[in-house]
Design a protein around this ligand. Structure first.
Ligand code: MEV
Length: 310
């Protein structure tokens, strides 16, 4: 094998996080301005495979729980290729922070899968790549819907509904402004929390998930038709429902309020919650700039703007 290279992107969930785990629709967009890159270099037989990712630089095998998904990506991909005996030095470089609901775990696993396939110059199908990435995601958080794996590797926004993926073409002017609270939120903890509350109160929590699914369904239609104001309304409704599911955080609420006061059409958390990032919908570039500034002034660690239709 040669040194292989793979690339994926950050993602943001416009609407439908958490309820998507229970089959309801959700829509996520790849953020092509934020790359995740991976390199896989074959290790000589007498070398210990190493990992260089985030602040870790050491033996792959000793890289700890944080990189369990990434090690799994290496393992299943080499098995898929029929080269389980070959070791690889893995390096990832990301333009965006980990643990903030931007899909860094799925993006890193997906980039590593691609780098290993590239090392053997194998053209796997999109489906095989997604399945391999999802195997890694299962280690990272128990019951992945597959949305992160598909979006971080994709060209287009993706709708996932009842296990079916479809590309969505957004219409209309609009910007998404994404802001990092700086608070690390564990998707695994958030998904498990919702699951245990659903078990404890199937009717009440089931109703919240159904309502979230309904908001997402309508929002996806609005995005396709370029109806930005109703789309923003659905985002606001979703934020209330996500808070009722107890996956919010005071700093998320603070940034959501700041965005709305500055004229956002809608604002909500994005991704796993319990911290991480929030997302605001802005009508145009000027409004996106104002909202970005307001979010920074309100303590956001980083802010990114993304044009819905470039
Ligand atoms: C995490 O980015 C999105 C969740 O819906 C989990 C998943 O879809 O697997 C919270």
């Amino acid at each position: 094998p040669r040194e292989g290279y793979g690339q994926t992107w950050a993602k943001t969930i416009l609407i439908g996080e958490h309820s998507v785990v229970y089959g309801h629709p959700a829509l996520a967009l790849p953020l092509h301005e934020l790359k995740m890159q991976a390199w896989a270099a074959p290790a000589a037989p007498d070398e210990t495979p190493r990992l260089h990712a985030l602040d870790y630089d050491g033996p792959l095998e000793q890289s700890g729980e944080r990189f369990g998904g990434l090690r799994r990506a290496v393992e299943v991909t080499l098995k898929f290729l029929g080269h389980s005996g070959q070791g690889f030095h893995i390096r990832t470089v990301s333009d965006f922070p980990a643990g903030r609901g931007l899909g860094s775990s799925a993006a890193a696993s997906g980039a590593v899968v691609r780098a290993l396939l590239d090392a053997y110059q194998v053209d796997a199908s999109q489906e095989d790549i997604l399945n391999l990435t999802n195997e890694a995601e299962k280690i990272t958080h128990g019951h992945p819907s597959g949305l992160d794996a598909a979006t971080t590797a994709g060209e287009q926004p993706v709708e996932l509904s009842a296990g079916n993926m479809r590309s969505v073409q957004p219409h209309g002017a609009g910007y998404l402004v994404i802001a990092d609270t700086g608070v690390a939120g564990s998707t695994k903890e958030a998904v498990e929390g919702v699951r245990s509350r659903l078990q404890a109160d199937p009717d009440g929590v089931g109703q919240l998930l159904d309502s979230l699914g309904q908001e997402a369904q309508e929002a996806i239609g609005d995005l396709e038709e370029g109806q930005m104001e109703p789309l923003g309304e659905h985002m606001n409704q979703a934020q209330d429902l996500l808070n009722a599911l107890q996956i919010g955080h005071p700093q998320l609420d603070h940034l959501v309020e700041a965005a709305r006061s500055e004229g956002a059409l809608g604002a909500k958390l994005t991704g796993g919650g319990l911290g991480g990032c929030m997302l605001a919908l802005a009508a145009d570039e000027e409004s996106a700039d104002r909202i970005s500034q307001a979010l920074k002034d309100s303590g956001a660690k980083q802010v990114w703007a993304h044009q819905l239709v470039a």
